[in-house]
Design a binder for this molecule. Structure first.
Ligand code: PLP
Length: 462
């Protein structure tokens, strides 16, 4: 057995050409930390009696492998080939390039974040987006916080604390990441009053539940699941007169919150925020980074009467968005002034509405670019399939799409998936029916060069 004393000392390793070269390119502290990792790993393996080479070329190689992982940023770009457009784990909505100048202005210099240029006095950070939100939704007023969960928490705390929030049993949903509507209600100091049964809730169920303790009517978009069969929920529209009659605010958590009617693209049953407000809903909350296609944010629009207590509440200070979010949100919302521009420039909307014919054309071009460059043994074909919006939008909707079916003799779909996931620019695909597939609908056009480069080097990836 090799003895522990055969393990090289740190100083000796620092003189090795590979390590010396790394010192020129990386901070000394990082190089030292990586050397220690290599040495600790060697010690552990030796103590376990496992075979191990302590030769310079082998340890240098280990050093480079660990250095590559540690030197790379953790939050990195990936190519989304899953077909899930609003992918929670892959960062939900990719921002439009059109907001880059907004981000630039806010990020690298001083800005008008809370400064009124007209008077030279203090301004309000929410004034950058509130007028746009009013313009786009027809709302009387608007507020922005960090995410939709925060928006709900603020509404319940400020409007319903110590009183009952009435919600249909069929809408007590859990959204990804352990976020449950009943928890938010309780966290806001409100008492959850469940209305109706799991599959059916009627207007009279709400009527019977209303009493002196009632504080608010809450309607939650079912988002990530759908009820089929013997079901009934009361529409927001039908709850409006009930709220008015009892002077209770009606709050709709719209989840995704669409600003544009997408019915003509086959995406139905997702009322726009404006439609909710026109139906008489008092407050609507929604996310900035789902169907809207902007940054993570929680948007609250509706009647000033109910927004006023939110503006005064100390919780708002804790939930307020930062300048980068506001810059990206303002940039995204401005695109919505022209529907054609929004559809062309906002990646989520583009991906939702791009035609199969266009995807097929893109797929054929990709095949041509790769034809003579795929490593031997690998083969690539186009095939039909379906994509899903994801992110708690339209759970039953599946959109026809074009998939790249990648295969290789002697390489299982799992191995293929693993190899591309660990590529220098990770490519995330899916395995379905024993095949490794990449959905072109969610591969951004600007990601195509990455995809081509990764597929060309498939043979050399580990
Ligand atoms: C996604 C979602 C939320 C949570 O929104 P975040 O912006 O992730 O906090 C709340 N309610 C519904 C109905 C949702 O779909």
């Amino acid at each position: 057995m090799t003895s522990l004393s055969a393990i090289p000392k740190v100083d000796r390793m620092l003189a090795w050409p590979t390590v010396a070269a790394a010192l020129a390119a990386h901070p000394r502290s990082l190089v030292l930390a990586v050397i220690r990792s290599v040495l600790n790993e060697s010690r552990t393996l030796l103590l376990r009696g496992e075979p191990l080479s302590l030769q310079e070329p082998d340890l240098s190689q280990r050093f480079l492998a660990i250095l590559a992982v540690r030197a790379a940023p953790s939050l990195r770009r990936v190519v989304n080939g899953t077909g899930i457009i609003i992918h929670t784990n892959l960062g939900r909505a990719p921002l439009s390039r059109a907001v880059a100048s907004h981000l630039d202005g806010a990020a690298y210099g001083y800005s008008t974040l809370e400064y009124d240029l007209a008077t030279g006095e203090r301004g309000n950070r929410l004034d950058h987006v509130a007028p746009l939100l009013r313009e786009l939704t027809g709302a009387e007023g608007a507020l922005v916080v960090n995410n939709n969960a925060a928006a709900l928490l603020l509404c319940l705390t400020a409007l319903c604390s110590g009183r009952e929030g009435l919600v249909s049993r069929g809408e007590l949903v859990e959204i990804g990441g352990e976020f449950r509507i009943p928890d938010i209600i309780r966290q806001g100091g409100a008492v959850l009053r469940e209305v109706g049964s799991t599959n059916r809730t009627h207007l009279r169920d709400y009527q019977e539940a209303i009493g002196p303790e009632s504080g608010l009517l809450l309607k939650v978009h079912q988002s990530n699941f759908a009820q089929v069969g013997f079901t009934a929920q009361v529409s927001a529209e039908r709850l409006v007169p009930l709220g008015r009659e009892h002077s209770l605010p009606l709050l709709v958590d719209a989840g995704s919150g669409s600003l544009m009617d997408l019915t003509r693209f086959g995406i139905a049953g997702e009322p726009t925020v404006g439609e909710y407000l026109r139906a008489g809903v008092d407050l609507v909350t929604f996310s900035g980074d789902k169907l809207l296609g902007g940054p993570q944010a929680g948007i609250i629009v509706g009647r000033e009467e109910y927004l006023a207590p939110l503006r005064r509440h100390p919780l708002l200070r804790a939930l307020r968005p930062d300048k980068l979010t506001l810059a990206a949100l303002e940039g995204t919302l401005r695109l919505y002034r022209d529907e054609g521009e929004a559809l062309a420039e906002i990646p989520v909307l583009r991906m939702l509405t791009v035609s199969v014919a266009e995807l097929r054309t893109r797929g054929r071009k990709l095949l041509r670019r790769l034809r003579n460059y795929l490593p031997s043994g690998f083969s690539l074909q186009l095939t039909d399939g379906v994509s899903q919006p994801g992110g708690g939008s339209c759970p039953l909707l599946s959109i026809p799409t074009i998939l790249l079916f990648l295969s290789c003799d002697g390489l299982s779909p799992r191995k293929m998936e693993d190899r591309l996931r660990n590529a220098p620019v990770p490519v995330i695909g899916r395995i379905s029916g024993g095949r490794f597939l990449l959905d072109l609908r969610t591969v951004l056009e600007e990601d195509e060069p990455h995809l081509v480069a990764m597929l060309r080097t498939l043979g050399t990836l580990q």
